[in-house]
Design a protein around this ligand. Structure first.
Ligand code: DX5
Ligand code: ZN
Length: 220
């Protein structure tokens, strides 16, 4: 049985002070973060623009934690190699963003990374049914992707529970990650619903000191 102390925390640098990125990374590492989450947006799949492989390379220089890169871009297969070369450990893609979803997941693993699937709020988990053998992570979005600081959608809790049950019935080792509006107030429900990894942007970076807020989020 999973206990909440096993919950992993992935700070999302979208909400960090990028002018002090090296310090921010050192501070969340010191505070016990388990990985770093980097949001990549193309202005097509989501309305916003954000970071690219250059930023991943920079983050890699300053931190020894694993890097999870969340691609909110159309046809992500085009950039798999670029993000591998930049230092991504986990590459997360959206089934809504490509006609070659299964092949893209295979390609991510062939390139030596672990593979994740992120589900928009309107997307049901059944889309992943035939991809479970290719997956290391399922990320349930609890906001519509594109911006940090949005309100947590409690209507996604049943989806997290459904994904948890499906993964537990499967022979696969797949982590369940939750992204969007996760903070001290919403983390307990997310952990109870079965999440293994919590992505937190403003919930961490807008609520220092990190050595207090990270353990509080983790403990649910
Ligand atoms: C939203 C991104 C999130 C974002 C989370 O599109 O995928 O990772 O950084 O930010 P918060 O935790 O502030 O909702
Ligand atoms: Zn994200």
């Amino acid at each position: 049985m999973k206990s909440s102390t096993d919950t992993k925390i992935a700070p999302s640098i979208l909400a960090a002070d990028l002018g002090r990125l090296a310090e921010e990374l050192a501070a969340v590492t010191e505070a016990g973060a388990d990985s770093i989450h980097i949001d990549v947006m193309d202005g097509w799949f989501v309305p916003n623009l954000s970071m690219g492989p250059g930023m991943v390379e920079t983050v890699k220089k300053y931190v020894s934690l694993p890097l999870g890169v969340h691609l909110m871009i159309l046809d992500p297969i085009r950039y798999v190699e670029a993000f591998r070369d930049a230092g991504a450990d986990l590459l997360i893609i959206h089934p809504e963003a490509t006609n070659a979803f299964h092949r893209s997941l295979q390609h991510i693993r062939e390139m030596g990374m672990t593979a994740g699937a992120a589900l928009n709020p309107a997307t049901g988990p059944e889309v992943l049914e035939y991809c479970l053998p290719e997956l290391d992570v399922i990320l349930v979005m609890t906001v519509n992707p594109g911006f940090s600081g949005q309100s947590f959608l409690a209507s996604m809790l049943p989806k997290i529970r459904t994904v948890r049950e499906r993964v537990d019935r499967s022979p696969y080792q797949i982590d369940i990650e939750v992204d969007g509006g996760v903070d001290v107030a919403t983390a307990p429900e997310v952990i109870k619903a079965g999440a293994d990894i919590l992505v937190c942007g403003s919930g961490i970076f807008h609520h220092p000191p990190y050595e207090e807020v990270i353990p509080r989020i983790r403990s649910g």
